[in-house]
Ligand binder design. Structure first.
Ligand SMILES: [Zn+2]
Length: 230
């Protein structure tokens, strides 16, 4: 990518390393089997260069990934740099970046418990404080959509626009999460699977008790404005 301005060249290099590292987090957290899951990062355009995206190469095992093997695409999904073809979910990631300008990272997994909710087409109800914190309510279900075109991306954007949840359960498919950064999208994917597992166990053992809406609001407000190191 010798035609990129130096600032973009550096930013793409940093994104390659970050996206490579975050794929290891998908494995470490048990969110993926074989090659089915991917992380991408938006690289914001500078010096007249449009935004780009860094994403996993298609069909390459996690153990074989390197920063150099990550694929750079424009937001139309065309490969701009990289030896491999990009993930088969590239068009969905691109659609999200084109239509949600605040999104800096997108993650897709078929993590078991969350995908079991998606297979039933059932939103995960907000019945634990950790869900109120992270998702601000239920984790919603998006439409069934076939891979390849804009259909999945359209479903993600339609479901998550104006919703507090950074995660959507795409019907009969799996999880897509968004974040201001790729790391925050990975965190949402980890927390989504954790919530899906806990609420599943609660459902198996009895009837989970919903949290009152005002408590959900208060928890979410505290978590997003006061929690952690500031
Ligand atoms: Zn998938």
């Amino acid at each position: 990518m010798s035609n990129l301005p130096e600032s973009m060249h550096r930013a793409v290099g940093a994104a390659r390393t970050e996206v490579w590292r975050l794929h290891a987090a998908l494995v470490d957290n048990g969110l993926v089997a074989w090659t089915a899951g991917n992380v991408s990062a938006r690289v914001r355009g500078t010096d007249g260069c449009p935004d780009l995206m860094v994403i996993k190469p298609s069909g390459v095992g996690y153990a074989d990934l390197t920063p150099e093997s990550m694929v750079v695409c424009d937001l139309g999904g065309a490969r701009a740099d990289g030896a491999y073809l990009p993930s088969s979910d590239t068009s969905a990631h691109c659609y999200v970046y084109r239509h949600m300008p605040g999104v800096g990272g997108v993650v897709h997994t078929h993590s078991s418990y969350a995908t079991a909710w998606a297979a039933r087409g059932e939103a995960i109800p907000c019945v634990i404080t950790a869900m109120a914190d992270e998702f601000g309510g239920e984790i919603p279900v998006g439409p069934f959509a076939l891979i390849g075109g804009d259909e999945i991306g359209r479903g993600i954007v339609a479901t998550l626009t104006g919703h507090r949840s950074p995660a959507v359960l795409m019907r009969n498919h799996g999880v897509f999460t968004i974040g201001a950064t790729p790391a925050s999208a990975v965190k949402a994917a980890v927390m989504c699977e954790d919530a899906a597992r806990t609420v599943h166990l609660a459902r198996v053992l009895g009837e989970p008790q919903p949290l009152p809406a005002d408590q959900v609001d208060a928890l979410h407000r505290r978590y997003t404005t006061e929690y952690g190191q500031r």
